[in-house]
Design a protein around this ligand. Structure first.
Ligand code: DQQ
Length: 538
């Protein structure tokens, strides 16, 4: 149908049809990037889950292969769920994943490539000793025990993995140890656990060097000064803690522990879940992938015949303040840029709308620098907003004048503005620092009923002594609007379904609705070509 093709993304990852969710086992192996994903081969709603498999040399153009892991043994007959890849000694890849067994218990299974000289690693073999790990042990719940991480080696030379679980009713990343990656024993303590929440899905554990955007290989020696990150999926979003991996106690020790999980930092403040990262040994960086669900109805998804995309793979690293992760779309996505428009030295006064013309507004990459001319009029910051940022985004939306801001981008707008999506900033004055609010407001994104259209938002700190420019980069891809604020300090992924997109063109504007003028020293925008995403079969 017209709806299914118009809203289909042109360069975000998705298979030709059917349901997808979590990215699984991403890895770089012998010159090829592998992306696996939770996939329903029979339809566009969740169910019958197997591991879809695609390969790429550039993370943007993908060749689709047959599913790599299917429901064939008692320990995965009810679903081949999320898991991770690890490259073992002797350059041998292995994948450990969760199976839903005959009794719908969650167990951990392993597969190995049938033939490592097949460059695409098309076939994966299940050894007879599956399942490797059963949900047995004190405090475990056999229905909340899943999503093993990539393995790493501890100081005793043994392999470790963490498994997301509910332990005595609370959340934990359970720790398991092995000499050969096949026989596992549970360690008597967790890697980390918390009473602030229940089950954590899709834990991800990795090392980072503050202020350094090179990635680290978790199973190589970890350099001095490195920090560790534990990411967990809960409350429909991906949250993380920065801390250290204490080798003596073999535990993750967060730098700060916040009892109220609403205050935990997020990988992305929009529609982004079950992310997983891997070390890209080709380019020496860490890359993170996340899943973005549809926000139309299940009936729409059945009609479209497809549901779910993956966000653009992002390089991820730790800011020099050791607090905040920074993310940026992998530079390979820039190979899709075609027509370019660029403007310098613009000034946006209160109420100004600057029409960005000359590019394809449905498939675009936009970079804007906003320079503040005055900060004196910044409104005061109220810390209670942090407990419900979406509520604050609704109350202080793009139409509400502020001292400094709102300013930003309006995308996928109809001529009369009846439909539009606004991505914008507001600057607030806190005690000694400034706080920047970034919102992606979907409430006017479509005239269609039955859509989920929140106003997403997050805050980041802004140091006026060191910087006076707030940057925004937004990737527009038909029904996807993926934004990076403050050079990657805050990310918001969103899905929108404007009617205008079905009927024809949309508009894009830079705007300011704050009392103080903002300068735009640089605005660049490109049309984005369609990528070859799973259109070819390998
Ligand atoms: N999706 C998988 C689970 C995981 C969840 C099932 C997260 O393994 O916990 O499709 O989206």
């Amino acid at each position: 149908s017209i709806v299914s093709t118009k809203y289909r993304t042109a360069y975000h990852f998705q298979p030709p049809k059917n349901w997808i969710n979590d990215p699984n086992g991403p890895m770089y192996y012998n010159g090829i990037y592998h992306q696996f994903y939770q996939y329903n081969p029979n339809g566009s709603l969740w169910g019958n889950i197997v591991w879809g498999h695609s390969v790429s040399t550039d993370l943007i153009n993908w060749i689709r292969l047959e599913p790599a892991i299917e429901r064939t043994i008692p320990s995965d007959i009810n679903g081949c769920w999320t898991g991770s890849a690890t490259i073992l000694k002797g350059n041998r890849p292995a994948i450990i994943y969760t199976g839903a067994d005959t009794e719908k218990r969650q167990v951990q299974n392993i597969v190995f490539p049938k033939n490592v000289s097949d460059p695409y690693l098309r076939e994966w073999i299940k050894p007879d000793n599956n399942p490797l790990i059963q949900p047995i042990g004190q405090g475990l719940n056999s229905g909340q025990f899943r999503d093993p991480t990539t393995g790493w080696i501890g100081p005793d030379g043994l392999w470790r993995i963490a498994v997301g679980a509910e332990l005595n009713g609370y959340s934990a990343a359970l720790l398991y140890k092995s000499e050969d990656f096949v026989n596992w024993t549970r360690v008597d303590h967790s890697l980390y656990s918390s009473n602030a929440s229940t089950m954590w899905e899709c834990p991800d554990f990795f090392a980072v060097l503050p202020g350094n955007n090179s990635g680290l290989d978790l199973s190589a020696a970890i350099p001095n000064g490195a920090k560790h990150v534990l990411k967990m999926s809960l409350d429909n979003c991906d949250k993380y803690m920065v801390g250290v991996y204490d080798l003596k106690s073999d535990t993750f020790v967060p730098d700060t522990i916040l009892d109220d999980r609403r205050l935990w930092s997020r990988i992305d403040y929009g529609n982004y879940y079950a992310s997983k990262s891997f070390f890209d040994s080709k380019r020496g960086r860490r890359i993170i992938w996340g899943w973005t669900n549809e926000t139309d109805s299940s009936l729409d998804d059945v009609a479209k015949g497809w549901a779910g995309i993956h966000a653009i793979p992002r390089t991820i690293w730790l800011d020099s303040n050791s607090k905040q992760l920074l993310q940026w779309p992998v530079e390979e996505v820039e190979s899709l840029r075609s027509e370019e428009v660029s403007h310098q030295g613009l000034e946006l006064k209160q109420g100004d709308l600057f029409d960005i013309k000359g590019i394809d507004t449905l498939q675009a990459d936009v970079e804007i620098d906003f320079e503040l001319t005055s900060i004196d009029s910044a409104d005061p910051f109220d810390p209670s907003w942090l407990l419900d940022i979406e509520k604050h985004c609704r109350e202080a939306d793009a139409s509400v004048h502020g001292g400094v801001g709102p300013f930003g981008l309006v995308v996928l707008a109809s001529d009369n503005m009846e439909e539009h999506t606004s991505v914008h900033f507001r600057v607030y004055k806190s005690q000694e620092k400034y706080m920047v609010l970034m919102c992606s407001d979907l409430r006017k994104s479509s005239l269609r009923p039955e859509l989920y259209t929140p106003a997403y938002g997050g805050f980041f700190e802004f140091d006026l002594e060191k910087e006076s420019t707030i940057s925004l980069r937004t990737l527009i891809d038909r029904s996807a609007v993926e934004s990076f604020g403050g050079g990657g300090r805050l990310c918001i992924m969103a899905r929108v379904y404007p009617v205008t997109l079905i009927n024809g063109g949309t508009r894009m504007y830079a705007f300011n609705n704050g009392t103080s003028t903002v300068k735009v020293p640089q605005l660049k925008a490109w049309s984005m070509r369609r990528a070859q995403v799973n259109v070819k079969k390998g």
